[in-house]
Design a protein around this ligand. Structure first.
Ligand SMILES: NC(=O)c1ccc[n+]([C@@H]2O[C@H](COP(=O)([O-])OP(=O)(O)OC[C@H]3O[C@@H](n4cnc5c(N)ncnc54)[C@H](O)[C@@H]3O)[C@@H](O)[C@H]2O)c1
Length: 255
């Protein structure tokens, strides 16, 4: 990954931070971005204290101005790898789902990646190289109750990526979506509490009867598994894998 630069959205926490660290350890220069400025600064410090090559930038993927500022801040610096990872969740049946929360989820999870791709594709095209990796979800392929916005947005992300795969087929740019089942991150820790309320069961039962039950392997997905998949997709050797959904689900969808 030496001589490569990777930009990761939502990299102040969880999966995004883990992916940033892995790419940096493989020699890439990393641009850590997140809506949360404190998280960006902390993530930047953690990686630079390890001697890794990292720069932090505040980026809200729903904010057009932030996208414009990003291009200015990059000042011609080439991004070889874009990881669309920023994410939020809201757990509620549709009848009780506030529409502003619904719109916001779609804006972050679906329109956000469209914005970052639109901003960075021209320079990837000029450079004749690009690897776009979306952190999708198993909920891009199957549904669970109380997650209408999230499931719709993650399904949409796979469709969006198929279109971009076709639109970039004339050059060495690829776009793929990694679809993990549950990963123990702050996003899921919060959801355990919310799902316990929605289903009227204990948090322990949410973990075993809702989250791990559909997975024959009965284990959370590790961030390292996702990072390793990102590193493969980002490699030059993955040049003909495009428009795909790569599923890390402990066997959930083979049943
Ligand atoms: N944790 C899981 O079980 C799981 C499973 C499948 C997919 N995912 C996906 O992985 C991605 C990362 O999730 P995570 O579990 O690491 O969550 P997380 O909450 O630990 O991290 C998400 C990050 O996104 C940032 N963010 C939120 N809104 C943003 C915005 N508008 N612009 C920029 N950054 C924003 C947050 O500040 C946070 O740092 C998400 O896309 C999520 O849907 C997570």
């Amino acid at each position: 990954m030496e001589n490569m630069t990777a930009l990761i959205t939502g990299a102040g926490s969880g999966i995004g931070f883990g992916v940033a660290q892995s790419l940096a350890e493989k020699g890439a220069t990393i641009i850590i971005t997140d809506i949360n400025v404190d998280a960006v600064l902390l993530a930047q410090k953690k990686l630079s204290d390890k001697g890794l090559n990292v720069k932090g930038i505040k980026l809200d993927v729903t904010n057009e101005q932030d996208i414009e500022n990003l291009i200015t801040t990059l000042d011609g610096m080439n991004i070889d790898i874009l990881v669309n990872n920023a994410g939020i969740q809201h757990v509620s049946r549709l009848e009780d789902f506030p529409m502003n929360a619904w719109q916001k989820i779609v804006n972050v999870l679906l329109t956000g990646p469209a914005r970052t791709c639109k901003a960075l594709l021209p320079q990837m095209r000029d450079n004749g190289f690009g690897r776009i990796i979306n952190i999708g979800s198993i909920h891009g392929l199957v549904a669970s109750p109380f997650k209408s916005a999230y499931v719709a947005a993650k399904h949409g992300l796979i469709g969006f990526s198929k279109v971009i795969a076709l639109e970039t087929s004339d050059t060495d740019i690829t776009i793929n979506t990694i679809c993990p089942a549950y990963v123990k991150t702050p996003l899921v820790e919060k959801q355990i509490k919310d799902q316990a309320i929605q289903h009227g069961i204990s948090e322990e039962d949410v973990i075993h009867k809702i989250m791990l039950e559909p997975m024959p392997k009965k284990s959370f997905i590790d961030i390292e598994e996702i990072s390793a998949t990102v590193c493969f997709l980002a490699s030059k050797q993955a040049k003909n894998m495009t428009g795909q959904a790569l599923v890390l689900d402990g066997g959930w969808t083979v049943k």
